[in-house]
Structure formats: C-alpha cells, structure tokens
Write a protein that binds this ligand. Structure first.
Ligand SMILES: NC(=O)C1=CN([C@@H]2O[C@H](COP(=O)(O)OP(=O)(O)OC[C@H]3O[C@@H](n4cnc5c(N)ncnc54)[C@H](O)[C@@H]3O)[C@@H](O)[C@H]2O)C=CC1
Ligand SMILES: O=C([O-])CC(=O)C(=O)O
Length: 342
C-alpha cells in the first residue's frame, strides 16, 4: 500500500507526472492536490485502467485547509511541483519570490499531516526550495534529512541523452555510467562523465575538448534551451515529468525490493545522510546533489560518491564554481524561513 501525493498536480509537470504515477502498479492511491483543476485531472485519470485510485483535492476558497489536509493524510511520498515556471530572460533564482512561499506553506502542511512522508521537491529554484523545506521541517521538529530530496534527475537525463547523441552510443548503455552532481542551475550543474572506464575511454577517443565543452554547457543550460523554445509558454514539463517519475520509481523500487539503480542523484542535506558529513566538510557546503543508495523504506541509505568520481581537473574546477553559487542560494533559503536568526 503506497499513497503518493502530488502538490501542483494540475500543472504542466504535475499532469504528466500524475499520469506516469497512475501507471505504476505499486501505487495504490494517487492523491492530486492543486489550487485549481485538481478534481478534473483526478476524474480524467481515474478512467485509466490501472490499480491506483486517483483522488482530487482543491480548496473551495483561500480559507479552506481541508483539501490540502485530506490530500496529505496517510501519504508515503509527497512530490511538490507547485509554483511558477520561468519565462525567457529569467533565472531560476528569479522564481524565489513566488515559489519560496508556496513551497514553505506546502511543506508546513506536510509537517502537520504526514510528517513521516518522503518529500521530493521539484519547484524551482531547487537550490533554495529544498533548504526552505528543510528549515520548515526543522521548525516543526520533523526534519529527517534521509527523507528530503531535491529532484535533479532531469540534469542526469539530459546528460545521458546528449552524451549518447555526441558519442553515437546507445543511451540505455550510458545509464548508470555517468552522473551529475552539485545543484540545479547553470554552473551549479556538474556532469561527471569519467566515473566509468568504458565511457571514459570512448569520450577520450571520440570527443574533442571543444565538443566536450559544448556537451557540458548544454547539460548546464538545457533548461534555458526549453524556456527559449517555448517562448514564454513555460519551461520543461514533459522531460521533467519523466525525470520526476524516474526518481519516484527508483524510490518505489527500493521500497518494494526491486532492482535499485544506485547512481540516481538528488540534492540533499549532506550532513544528515550516512557518508555525507565528511563530504560536506570537504566540500564546504551543506547541500549538494550526489548519487544515493536507498533503503527498503525509500530513505537515503548512503551517499555513493568518492574521489574517483572527480577524475579530471576540469571537473574539480566545476565543483569549486558550483559551490560558490550554491552557498548563496542555501543562505537565501535559510534566511527566508529563519529571518535574521541564523
Ligand atoms: N527540478 C527540476 O528539474 C525542474 C523544476 N521545474 C519547476 O517546477 C515548477 C512547476 O513547473 P510547471 O509544472 O511547468 O508549472 P505550471 O505553472 O504549469 O504548474 C504549476 C502548478 O502549480 C499550481 N500551484 C500554484 N500554487 C500552488 C499551491 N500553493 N499549492 C498547490 N498548487 C499550486 C498551479 O495551479 C499549477 O497547476 C516550476 O517552479 C518550475 O521551475 C521545472 C522543470 C524542471
Ligand atoms: O529551466 C527551468 O526553469 C526549468 C528547469 O529547471 C529545467 O528545465 O531544468
């Protein structure tokens, strides 16, 4: 019995993510929450002949807290893609003004109604919204760092896809052999492609330094590519829904004892996850996306990251650059919840 709640379920990401979750036979209840159209989306999905029971929850007016409460009670996994997406010319950090408050209030409700749930944050800027979620959970005395994940899977999905184009190599053979660490915006996104000898050799023989640089840039700024192509009509939704589902499925597979794809990274509070305290000290940041292994409750069991992952100088340099931007976003998130009390 697994109940999954999606907050922001009627949005561009939310609807497709809900459909993908509806198709997973391990989900028994799929609870869709949104401030608009959640009930319609749930009725639509409820006609799909898969086991999950789809329920829709939307508030009648601004004072109605019952919809959110009912959507959350009993949830094992809560996924949050609620909030506004970027328009051309904006950075993800520009979304902070609106999305910080949305994420904080939703996480506050999670703390109240399903404090034991695994929490997956998709809303941007992920580099800050995950910190906001952690601080809000701390305030409510229910922060378990092993249960809070910033979903950065799209960066890995892009890296796998673009590298397969570059190398003319089957994309399914790349999965699990590269990773992406850091954060989820521009220069905080750090693809590490030399973690596997086979891929490393192919990259060294086939990719010129210029093509390698272009590949890295495309992974780091893949989000902008979609924002520009959609010219004002939003950002990545379909690829993100796929990525969000892929991460959710990895957790569900861990819970149900299926094969675990160990190299799935997420943006987490490092000191709270086994293996993360030392890494956090070494890096000098508390939050960082790293590959994780999950236990049979879907919690982060340990971090799978060692010095061999950073096998090239330029990768170490990218990590240094990422840390600078991340530090600012982390502080911004902490200040939002705690004010000056830091
Ligand atoms: N982590 C990642 O890799 C990615 C994150 N994103 C982010 O995901 C977020 C959502 O993007 P889209 O689905 O394209 O936006 P969208 O505008 O299509 O959908 C957002 C949904 O959130 C709902 N919403 C707003 N306030 C809410 C609240 N307080 N409670 C519940 N629902 C609420 C809206 O009604 C809407 O249905 C954005 O912040 C975007 O930047 C987008 C792509 C990748
Ligand atoms: O670029 C955006 O704003 C949406 C996003 O996070 C991505 O596509 O990676």
């Amino acid at each position: 019995m697994v109940k999954v709640t999606i907050a922001g379920a009627a949005g561009g990401i939310g609807q497709t993510l809900s459909l993908l979750c509806k198709l997973n036979p391990d989900i028994t209840e799929l609870s869709l929450y949104d401030i608009a159209n959640a009930e319609g989306v749930a009725v639509d999905l409820s006609h799909v002949n898969s086991p999950a029971r789809a329920t829709g929850h939307q508030p009648r007016d601004k004072s109605d807290q019952d919809a959110l409460k009912n959507s959350l009670i009993g949830s094992d996994i809560v996924i949050i893609p609620a909030g506004v997406p970027r328009k051309p010319g904006m950075t993800r950090q520009d979304l902070f003004k609106i999305n910080a408050g949305i994420v904080r209030s939703l996480v506050g409700a999670v703390a109240k109604y399903c404090p034991e749930a695994l929490l997956l944050i998709i809303s941007n800027p992920v580099n800050s919204t995950v910190v906001i979620a952690a601080e809000e959970l701390k305030k409510n005395n229910c922060f378990n760092p092993r249960k809070l994940f910033g979903v950065t899977t799209l960066d890995l999905v892009r890296a796998e896809t673009f590298l397969s184009y570059e190398l003319n190599y089957p994309v399914e053979d790349i999965r699990g052999k590269i990773t992406v660490v850091g954060g989820h915006s521009g220069d905080t996104i750090v693809p590490l492609i030399h973690i596997n000898t086979e891929i490393s050799k192919i990259v060294s023989s086939k990719l010129s330094p210029e093509r390698l640089e272009n590949f890295i840039h495309r992974v780091q700024y893949g989000g902008d590519e979609v924002v520009q192509a959609k010219s004002g009509k939003g950002s990545a939704t379909l690829s993100m829904a796929y990525a969000g589902y892929r991460f959710t499925e990895t957790i569900l597979n861990a819970i149900t004892g299926k094969e675990n794809k160990a190299l799935e990274p997420a943006y987490i509070y490092l000191p709270g996850v086994p293996g993360g305290e030392e890494l956090s000290r070494k890096l000098g940041v508390e939050y960082f996306a790293v590959p994780i292994e999950f236990d049979n409750k879907g919690e982060a069991k340990r971090i799978i990251f060692n010095n061999n992952f950073i096998s090239k100088n330029y990768e170490a340099q990218m990590i240094e650059i990422a840390k600078k931007s991340l530090t600012k976003s982390i502080v911004q998130g902490q200040l939002f919840v705690n004010g000056s009390k830091l």
